[in-house]
Design a protein around this ligand. Sequence first.
Ligand code: DQA
Length: 147
Amino acid sequence: TRVLVINGPNLNLLGTREPDKYGRRGLDEIIADLRVFADSCDVTLDAVQSNSEGDLVDAVQQAGADGVDYIILNPAAYTHTSVALRDALLAVQIPFIEVHLSAVSAREPFRQVSYFADIAEGVISGFRGEGYLLALQAIINRIEPQV
Ligand code: DQA
């Protein structure tokens, strides 16, 4: 099983960026933890972060070409703006889970609109970096149905 983690703009600054909202852990640490979990479940995990909308679109298109099974997506600010990234996900038809470190529904009104939530398998918001682990657990549960 192949899972791709896609993180959008400013998430490379995790750890120092508004730690009260996003936590004190860096993106590298969060991905390293996720990788340990993935390895223990025979999941091949790749991760990409970009500050550019076009690069994120390219990453989704490439995931389609590569046969990625699931995407864990934090579009960051593009959550609230990007028709292009939404269209890319609709084009490749890869199931994805939307993750936000902060509790977006408790923040400014413009953050309460997501261009992804209605086409995501589900949304995890407010659990800081742990949200990515919760998303991977959900994917594993779907891949290996409970007996
Ligand atoms: C975010 C929430 C977005 O509103 C914001 O623009 C981000 C991060 C989150 O993970 O909480 O950059 O996606």
